[in-house]
Write a protein that binds this ligand. Sequence first.
Ligand code: GLV
Length: 325
Amino acid sequence: MATPKVLATHRLFDAARKTLQDNCDVEYWEKSERPPREEVLRRVKDKEGLICLLTEKVDDELLQAAPKLRIAANVAVGYDNIDVPACTKRGVVATNTPGVLDETTADFAWTLMMAVARRLGEGDVLARSGNWKGWDLDQLVGTDVWGKTLGIVGFGRIGRAMARRAGGFQMRVIYTDAVRAPADAEKELRAEYRDMNELLAEADFISVHTPLLPETHGLFNAAKFQRMKRTAFLINTSRGPVVDEAALVAALEDGKIAGAALDVYEKEPVIHPGLRRSNVVLAPHIASASLETRTKMACMAAENVIALLQGRRPANVLNPEALKG
Ligand code: GLV
């Protein structure tokens, strides 16, 4: 049997390449800049497998250009870049990388929360500037994190990892989700359920962990900011379009909330210029970017592709209807 052909739109990590090398004939996009769309469409033509990043749209256009494609493996847990129904219609299995990035992403959401509360971005700029005149009693005074109320929006794996971290900071945890967590999970995580409006009114820090869905698109809008405490902060490591950026900028300008810390944006890599404010911490979509975790994600995507192309069921199938037999 011929070795199946696979396109990887990134050079990936050595561990993933090693896994792939004995099992597939992989064409890698080796350059550090992202491949132009035409290149992807041209290179995917004769491939049975695709390993792609969340910056690649796997839509009708791509699927049409790839008549032999059997699997599209996203190296990400979020898969709003993949038109899953379009994949299913063409019998293409879609996979993602759940589970391996929860703790790393929660670590980073926590980092953002601490950074914005304690004004680390501003402090870093001052310390490097050459203009720092030394310790002063009221210099860059921020807000305590410990002992405050953390509001988690989206209580899946990452939201729960966030809740677990709150114990060490003596925080009260409240959460909201479309589905209430089982009582034993609430008990273990010391998290109390609230409806969205209650959470908005009570939380000092709101950390967003929902997937991007039609129901969560623009979830944080002007009305939501209006309900938040004027002293509260918004942290978003989920997907940019969950927050209406223009409404966020207006809320920050009007002092409706105290600040924000963001890793994701509505139109990446474009960042709304109104977000470049001293009470906003900005990161370039790196919440899962530890070497350990990104390596695991790449390996997971590689294993998904190998499994399918060898006739086994991949571990992380998003559209089981597309599996044959
Ligand atoms: C990163 O944003 C991911 O979805 O894995």
